[in-house]
Design a protein around this ligand. Structure first.
Ligand SMILES: C[S@@+](CC[C@H](N)C(=O)[O-])C[C@H]1O[C@@H](n2cnc3c(N)ncnc32)[C@H](O)[C@@H]1O
Length: 285
């Protein structure tokens, strides 16, 4: 799904750090997130906000965008990404809020987007709302990137979308904290959905259905133990071994994030190293 023309023109004219291919991928991922509350961390002048806001309007969602609007370290005078035209003569500090307000006005998105001015540390203390989408693009230091993930990703509902920007697995390409956040999210049970440039889209596993409940002796537990004990078996072989409806029970394990989807779909399933391995260890006592 591409960004409709009027929004695309505003996004292109808005200052920011989102290349067109990543903007298109963010818009497409958001379009899949469904209605509910969406949260963007790291607004700057609103380039990504326009992409998300356009998708929010179409999905019947509401977008909150959070930034203190004084810029990150790299936006300060003397740093690589400093833009002197964004300095407020009154304070002498960087000030991106007016640019955001103009972008939302031009895009006609004022009713779809709530602008939240503050630090993520301030907002984390009182935020309680469940999220259908979370976009992390704020401060990229290890401490704050980890803080933002810890504070807000836990609010992403089952099946909800987590997008992370500026992800560089190779240190030669860029800073590592957003990559560390993605690795942590995968350990926490988020599935990776897409990679576009430095944008990663993940999805929280859907709520665990009844078949996957892991009481000892339950179908889910029996299948998980069979998979971990016989890696590489096909679904048909697992069905023969366990006598279970492997497709139905396996679907539950997939949704619970305990087996990997691509391999399961091919018929040879592996227990996920994180939560799946811990579940197996617990079942084995
Ligand atoms: C990389 S820019 C966001 C770029 C934007 N998403 C775009 O599409 O161009 C990061 C933003 O995070 C904001 N920021 C940095 N630390 C923050 C914090 N602790 N709380 C809130 N915002 C913060 C900065 O002010 C900056 O505008």
């Amino acid at each position: 799904m591409t960004l409709p023309a009027p929004y695309a023109a505003v996004a292109a004219a808005t200052k920011g750090f989102l290349p067109p291919d990543e903007g298109a991928a963010l818009h497409a991922a958001a379009a899949d997130a469904g209605p509910g509350l969406w949260l963007e961390i790291g607004t700057y002048c609103g380039k990504s906000t326009v992409h998300l806001g356009a998708a929010a309007r179409a999905a019947g969602a509401h977008l909150v965008t959070l930034d203190h609007h004084r810029g990150s370290e790299e936006n300060q005078p003397g740093w690589e990404w400093h833009d002197p035209s964004l300095v407020d003569p009154y304070t002498g500090r960087l000030e991106t809020l007016p640019s955001l307000r103009h972008a939302l006005w031009d895009a006609g998105l004022d009713e779809v987007v709530s602008v939240l001015v503050g630090t993520t540390q301030q907002v984390a203390g009182w935020w309680t709302s469940q999220l259908a989408l979370l976009f992390l693009d704020g401060n990229h230091t290890e401490q704050v990137a980890q803080h933002d993930y810890a504070a807000f990703a836990s609010h992403v509902r089952p099946g909800g979308v987590l997008a992370v920007h500026d992800v560089f697995p190779d240190p030669a390409d860029g800073g590592q904290p957003p990559w560390h956040v993605v690795q942590r999210a995968v350990r926490d049970g988020f599935d990776q959905v897409s990679v576009t440039g430095s944008l990663r889209v993940l999805r929280r596993s859907a709520a665990r259905p009844a078949e996957a409940r892991l009481e000892p002796g339950s179908p889910g537990a029996r299948l998980l133990l069979a998979i971990s004990g016989h890696p590489g078996l096909s679904a048909a072989e697992l069905r023969h071994l366990t006598g279970l409806d492997v497709a139905a029970v396996g679907r539950g394990l997939l949704d619970a994030g305990l087996v990997t989807s691509s391999r399961f779909a091919r018929g040879d399933c592996w227990v996920r190293t994180g939560s799946g391995a811990r579940a197996v260890a617990a079942l084995r006592g």
